[in-house]
Design a protein around this ligand. Sequence first.
Ligand code: HEC
Length: 108
Amino acid sequence: MRILMIMGLLWTACAATGASAADISAGKARAGSACAVCHGVLGLSTLPNAPSLAGQPEIYLAEQLKNYRSGKRTHEVMSVIAKPLSDQDIDNLAAWYASLQIEVREAR
Ligand code: HEC
């Protein structure tokens, strides 16, 4: 009972500050217009020098985007692309790419 009350309070606090859980469909929409040209519509890269993002851990993707944004990690393209992203944008994008399921098979 007490735990439920605490969870309720946390939820109210999040709602009040506007902080919300990652929105996968918002991430998908943004990725479709801003990232797909290089990282592929479903996160499998279409450029030889761009990595595939599908199925990568959400926490890793978010960290890389924050590193490009802060300058901790630099790349001529990604540093520019990450600059205007908000924390919420990053969470949404990371959640969308992480939600894509990939199947790996050994080559024969
Ligand atoms: C013009 C092509 C291009 C576009 C558009 C682009 N990227 Fe990238 N992205 C790259 C390249 C090239 C790299 C490899 C950069 C490096 O070596 O650090 C990269 C790297 C990344 C990485 C690091 C992956 C890893 O394995 O460490 C993430 C995450 C990422 N991009 C996300 C995005 C997102 C999200 C968008 C859209 C908002 C986006 N990118 C748009 C070309 C692009």
